[in-house]
Design a protein around this ligand. Structure first.
Ligand SMILES: Nc1ncnc2c1ncn2[C@@H]1O[C@H](COP(=O)(O)OP(=O)(O)OP(=O)(O)O)[C@@H](O)[C@H]1O
Ligand SMILES: C[C@@](O)(CCOP(=O)(O)OP(=O)(O)O)CC(=O)O
Length: 419
């Protein structure tokens, strides 16, 4: 057997979660996933939240199966790759890019002709409103791009974001680190509906994110269905698309370029509020926020008012979990206050940045805040916020070594199945 027949073609990558500060909500083309407005997000660090994916080409020398086919395991369980579904579409698009390269370079191995085995794991709850579809689909695209060596043949991150977009809209933004815009584009074929970097993480590296996990249960109204109900029924959405988002995209991009946290926070909170207003304007109405979410909004508003400036910016996706963006210099203050009202245990707030803040916050800090209305919300019991994930802005997809970090065993099956 020649060396090339023995070669195992595989790749392993991780990709990050992103949380939008200008929300994507609504499609003008549900099949290609083309949005009704542009959006903008912050990519979060993969040190804390990430999807890890290994993909392998199944050749006769790497499989004993008689009828190999594309297979995907998510967190150890095999998922159906439905024909015509989003994952199948991403695989087809990636293969077609590779096919073109193979057609132009006859010496390259014909990787596009082999079935794929893909295993992926999220290190945080899947389908729980924590943007697992964004990190998961971008990890898939980043891994296949590496496997097919697309970058070396002129395929850019924005080209890849066009394909990730077809897996889940918000996934296109996870193809970049830092501060990322998804430009809605105008073309019917979606060629110009891609993610672009507004600024790398290194431009404004001290932005932290505190995720207050109010619930990590599966949400009632999935984003995909919810947003199309809004498109069909909400007049407020039309106003938002035409008269609010375009100017907001400009203002928030400028705030990021100028590291102007006050302006960034103002736009972020206003956009979250308007997104949940269009949900309420939908027929029948969609409710993602609950009483705990609203209490967090009141607390942050009072903290900002009493501080005379923005110390935290809240934002909520299609669920009750709050994401607070905070500058590094204010992280302790915000934690002291938030944990005082929403106490945690050492397990539910492991303090990954070693801030030294107690999991129950600081009574003294709250008492010492001049002009702060300590009765703005009640002190909640432990468990009202199930856990607090502390992370910060981070980089884009990373390539790992499949030999040490890969998820597939010698047979091309998930290692986790053998455990
Ligand atoms: N690592 C992964 N690899 C491939 N697909 C994934 C991965 N993680 C999640 N997905 C896909 O995304 C789906 C979950 O998306 P869903 O929109 O329901 O939840 P979410 O992304 O966690 O929430 P939200 O989009 O509201 O933040 C999963 O059912 C799966 O199809
Ligand atoms: C509220 C949001 O998080 C909606 C995300 O929607 P998805 O990207 O999950 O939807 P599909 O394109 O249908 O897969 C806002 C955002 O991330 O911009």
């Amino acid at each position: 057997m020649s060396a090339s027949q023995d070669t195992v073609y595989q790749a392993t990558c991780t990709a990050p979660v992103n949380i939008a500060v200008v929300k994507y909500w609504g499609k003008r083309d549900t099949s290609l996933i083309l949005p009704t407005n542009s959006s903008l997000s912050v990519t979060l660090s993969q040190d804390h939240l990430r999807s890890l994916t290994t993909a392998r080409c199944i050749t006769s020398s790497t499989s004993t199966s008689t009828s190999p086919r594309d297979r995907l395991w998510l967190n150890g369980d095999e998922e159906d790759i439905n024909e015509g579904g989003r994952t199948a579409r991403c695989l087809a698009e990636m293969r077609s890019l590779r096919q073109k390269i193979e057609a132009d370079n006859s010496s390259l191995p014909k990787l596009s002709s082999h079935p794929l085995h893909i295993a992926s794991e999220n290190n945080f709850p899947t389908a729980a409103g924590l943007a697992s579809s964004a990190s998961g689909l971008s990890a898939l695209i980043a891994t296949l791009a590496r496997l097919y060596d697309l970058e070396a043949h002129g395929v850019s991150q924005s080209d890849l974001s066009r394909i990730a977009r077809q897996g889940s809209g918000s996934a296109c933004r996870s193809m970049f680190g830092g501060y990322v815009a998804w430009e809605q584009g105008e073309r019917a074929d979606g060629a110009d509906s891609v993610a672009v970097e507004v600024a790398p993480a290194s431009h404004w590296p001290d932005l932290h994110a505190l995720i207050l996990v109010v619930s990590d249960k599966k949400k009632g109204t999935p984003s995909t269905a919810g947003m199309q109900r809004t498109v069909a029924t909400s007049a407020l959405l039309q106003h938002r698309i035409k008269h609010v988002v375009p100017e907001r995209m400009d203002r928030i991009s400028r705030a990021i370029r100028e590291r102007d946290f006050d302006q960034f926070a103002l736009e972020t909170m206003a956009d979250s509020n308007q997104f949940h207003a269009v949900c309420l304007d939908t027929v029948p109405p969609i409710f993602y926020l609950n009483d705990v979410s609203r209490a967090v909004i009141q607390l942050v508003t009072e903290l900002n008012r009493a501080s005379g400036r923005a110390v935290a910016a809240y934002t909520y996706d299609a669920g009750p979990n709050a994401v607070l963006y905070v500058q590094e210099k204010d992280v302790k203050l915000v934690l002291d206050v938030v944990l005082q009202y929403f106490p945690q245990s050492a397990a539910s707030f492991p303090d990954p940045f070693a801030t030294g803040v107690a999991p129950t916050g600081s009574k003294e800090r709250v008492a010492g805040l001049d002009g702060f209305n300590a009765k703005v919300i009640p002190q909640h019991d432990e468990g009202a916020v199930a856990r607090v994930i502390h992370t910060k802005v981070g980089d884009g997809p990373r390539t790992l070594d499949s030999a040490t970090d890969g998820l597939l065993d010698a047979e091309g099956l998930p290692k986790s199945l053998a455990k």
